[in-house]
Structures are given as C-alpha cells and as structure tokens.
Design a protein around this ligand. Structure first.
Ligand SMILES: C[S@@+](CC[C@H](N)C(=O)[O-])C[C@H]1O[C@@H](n2cnc3c(N)ncnc32)[C@H](O)[C@@H]1O
Length: 389
C-alpha cells in the first residue's frame, strides 16, 4: 500500500491537471537525478578521468580540478543545465498550485487548531540575512515568502509540496535517521524536553513526538509562514509541538532547559559565524549530560572527489551559498570552540532510514568512512555532529 504520510489537514487540493503536472515533474526529476546522474558518474570514471590520467600522467587532484575537466564536456553541461531546469520547473509547478488556493489554505490553518501544542510568533522578528538574501535551493521567495497575504502559510505550503516531489511518503526521514542513531548510541537517553532547531514545517520534528512519547517537544524557525503551516500540520495530525519564531543563534529559552537539542539539514543553510553561534547556544540550552545532535549530508572529508564536485554544484547552481564552505569546515574544532569538552564531541555517520525505519545505508562503506579509510559515494549516511554537555 502506498504510504500516505504526506497527507494531513493542510494538504492542498489539486485539480486533475495539477496532479498530472506534478507527476510529470516528479518523473522528470527522478530521471535526471537517478538515470542521468548515473550516466555522468560513469562518464567520469570510464572516460574523463582515464583521459586526464593518460594525457597528464597523474590522477585528478581535487574537486576543483574535477570541475574544470568535467565542465568542459557538453554531456556534463547538459546534465547540470537539466538539473537546474528541473529544479525551476518543480518550484514553478508547486508555487502555481499553492498560490491558486492560498487564501483557502491560510483559512484552513486556523481551522486545524486543536490546542494541543502552541505557536508563538514575533512580529518584530528580523530574518537573518543568510536566509532572507537568497532564494535557498531556488525556492521562490525563500522561507519567509507570504504571497502578499497576512497570516500566510505560503512558504510552508510550498516547501511541503516541494519536498513531497523529492520524497513522497518519506517526509521526516532525516529526523528518523537521527532518532535511529540516538537510540543506538544513547539508549539510556530519556529526554524530558527536546528542541528541534530550523524545523521549517516540522517534518522531522514530528518523528520525535512518536519516538520519545514522554517528552515535551519544542521547535523553532526564523520563518513565520513555515511555522504557521507546521503548527497547523502538526495539530491536524494530533501531534503536540510548541513552535516559536526564533533565531537559533540566540533563543529566549533559559539555560539548561533541554535534554536533547537537534537539527536536520539546518547547518548548511546558515553561515560560518552563525553555525558557530548556534553550537554555542546549543551548549547553553542543554542540561548537564544533555545531548546535541545535528545531521546534514557528509563532509567533503568523507566522500570521494567526484561526489565532492557534485556536492559543489549545490553552491554553484542551486542557490546554496554556504553548502560547500560548510562541508569543508572543521566541525570538531567548532564544537570545541563552542565549549564542548574535546572528549565529549565528535563527528560520526548516521544510517539513513526509510519510512519504515529500515536502514538503507551501505553499511560497509559507512563503517569504512567512519575510520576515514575509504571514501564512498554520497548516500552512505548522514554526517552527524554530536556534543554532550
Ligand atoms: C532545510 S530547512 C530544515 C528542514 C527541517 N529541519 C526538516 O528536517 O524538515 C532549513 C530551515 O532552517 C531555518 N533557519 C535557517 N537559519 C536559522 C536560524 N538561525 N535559526 C532558526 N532557523 C533557521 C530556515 O528558515 C529553514 O526553515
């Protein structure tokens, strides 16, 4: 049976034609990311890299050199253009579908209220420039987009629909992967209060409601439209979460409030300074013995040069300014600078899990990568930053 986890009280009503267009875009996206990508990797391994070695008498050195030789090739140019185009087509499709019914969705958000959790917004709040200055991953208007409507859920609805184009039925799996890691490595952790930073619409957050049923769950983000949508979505699903509009660099929670502070794919959308501030704030927020866990895609050090080149395309062609800088950052040093004791903070790889919590990581590559002896292709796990106070 098809998983229905993308359905909830805020799911937009689509016409026949809109559904057909979504299906077409999803299929096109899948083709580019699965089929064309495989072709490009094969082209690199079997043609471009050997030709370089033959002519230069040495292997390609690093991701910059891989980019130089790859981007000269028309096949690669076509692939990268297709990737960018399919991203734009995807967002255009989603935005048109959402904008058509935005007033109805805004009204529906209010109707979802069941007073399980709460929503605290701050009218005077200023979204940090690293979020507001760019339409991250080409999402039109970015996370703060309101479609010109008061009390709007626009960006939240657009994000949710966009993510369902990537991973329908798999929403929140990043959170599930972190939970899998925590249950395995911190089996005695019984958090009374959990905070999810950069929650967007709470896809990952809601997984914590199920995994730690005795905990109070808090989630914050800088973007009001995402929080309104996320709150309504959670309430419609009967999940109790306290959402608030705050900057994770400095929150209004009292020191030592949380046993567990987490985030999923927040880090690469911040900045070097902001991430350092966030790590420091995490430590402040933790109770003694509390755990911090942040998941993102792996660091450059954990992946082969070709995958590094592909990752770098996110910065060059998908409006992810901090993506590559983050992957090269010394995160262990950053955690120590934030106050975590050197033997109480580390980097690791967490297994990726699917909607049934089934691991789909290639565990051999993952185990090798943990000892930094071998570099596997992307998809072998989430990079996690762990700190214990
Ligand atoms: C890629 S999304 C996170 C997705 C989400 N964690 C999930 O698993 O579905 C990044 C989010 O971080 C938020 N964000 C960026 N900087 C932030 C900050 N300093 N404080 C709080 N939220 C932030 C953005 O508004 C955006 O909603």
């Amino acid at each position: 049976m098809q998983n229905q986890s993308h359905l909830h009280g805020m799911t937009p009503e689509l016409t026949h034609d809109e559904i057909a267009r979504e299906h077409a875009v999803r299929a096109m996206r899948f083709h580019v990311y699965a089929q064309v990508s495989q072709g490009t990797r094969g082209y690199f391994t079997n043609v471009v890299a050997p030709e370089f070695e033959k002519s230069q008498g040495r292997a390609l050195n690093d991701r910059q050199e891989v980019r130089r030789v790859m981007e000269e090739r028309p096949y690669v140019q076509l692939h990268l253009s297709l990737q960018r185009s399919v991203q734009e087509v995807m967002w255009n499709t989603v935005v048109e579908n959402i904008e058509r019914q935005l007033p109805e969705l805004n009204a529906r958000a209010k109707g979802c209220e069941r007073n399980l959790g709460s929503l605290t917004l701050n009218e005077a709040f200023e979204i940090p420039r690293y979020v507001s200055n760019v339409d991250i991953h080409c999402m039109p208007g970015g996370y703060g987009y309101d479609g010109g409507e008061p009390q709007s859920v626009a960006a939240g609805a657009i994000y949710d629909r966009g993510i369902s184009m990537y991973q329908r039925g798999q929403e929140g799996n990043l959170g599930a992967s972190v939970i899998g890691y925590l249950k395995k490595n911190f089996p005695n952790l019984k958090p009374a209060r959990i905070l999810d930073l950069g929650c967007t619409v709470g896809m990952s957050t809601l997984r914590y409601c199920d995994a730690y049923q005795d905990a109070e769950i808090y989630a914050l983000d800088v973007a009001a439209p995402c929080l309104r949508y996320g709150h309504a979505r959670a309430e419609s699903l009967g999940k109790k979460v306290h959402f608030s509009q705050q900057n994770a660099e400095r929150t209004n929670f009292t020191e030592g409030t949380f046993d567990l502070v987490v985030s999923t794919i927040l880090a690469h959308e911040t900045s070097t300074t902001a991430w350092q501030n966030i790590l420091k704030e995490c430590r402040r927020l933790l109770k003694p013995g509390g755990v911090m866990a942040h998941a993102d895609l792996p660091q450059f050090a954990d992946i082969d040069t070709y995958t590094q080149f592909m990752f770098g395309n996110e910065t060059r062609y998908n409006n992810e300014p901090f993506w590559s800088t983050f992957r090269a950052m010394d995160l262990k040093a950053a955690m120590e600078a934030a106050g975590f004791a050197p033997d109480q903070c580390f980097l690791d790889l967490a297994d990726m899990v699917d909607r049934d919590a089934k691991v789909f990581t290639n565990t051999k590559i993952s185990a090798d990568a943990r000892t930094r002896n071998a570099k596997g292709p992307a998809g072998f796990g989430w990079g996690v930053q762990i700190g214990i106070k």
